[in-house]
Design a protein. Structure first.
Length: 139
């Protein structure tokens, strides 16, 4: 089952990167809770798959392309702790962006029940440490 969570998490990132959002969202529970930490401009807590879908739609309008590359993935109980890099280009094509992120997903019965996103390195490492995993020393 633990290996399944890692595989499912990899699949979610792959589907997102290919723009297959509906397929990706099927991996999230109807009542998923999504937390996006500051300083992300979309920081806040989102309740349910529909609210997460709206967040993805808003986020997507700013980009002509966006890929999330997992740099590392570890298990901590039911949690998958992923250090990833967002790589994208703005919708007008003028700016290329690379943003590291620390992301935690709680997997039960093949679906994400809680998803946390931290762009701030200190917040990300602290969230990982809460689950017994040391984050990288640097971003």
């Amino acid at each position: 089952m633990a290996g399944d969570s890692l595989d499912l998490c990899r699949r979610a990132y792959d589907l997102y990167g290919r723009g297959l959002f509906e397929e990706m969202l099927e991996l999230f529970a109807e009542d998923v809770e999504v937390y996006v930490g500051p300083p992300n401009f979309e920081s806040g807590t989102y309740q349910g798959r529909a609210a997460y879908r709206e967040l993805i739609e808003r986020w997507g309008t700013a980009w002509s392309e966006m890929v999330i590359t997992p740099l590392s993935m570890d298990l901590a109980g039911d949690w998958v702790l992923a250090r990833v890099e967002y790589h994208g280009r703005t919708s007008d094509g003028d700016l290329e962006v690379r943003q590291p992120s620390w992301e935690l997903s709680l997997w039960r019965d093949g679906q994400v029940r809680r998803y946390e996103v931290y762009w701030d390195p200190d917040q990300g490492r602290a969230a990982f440490a809460e689950h017994g995993l040391q984050g990288p020393a640097q971003t």
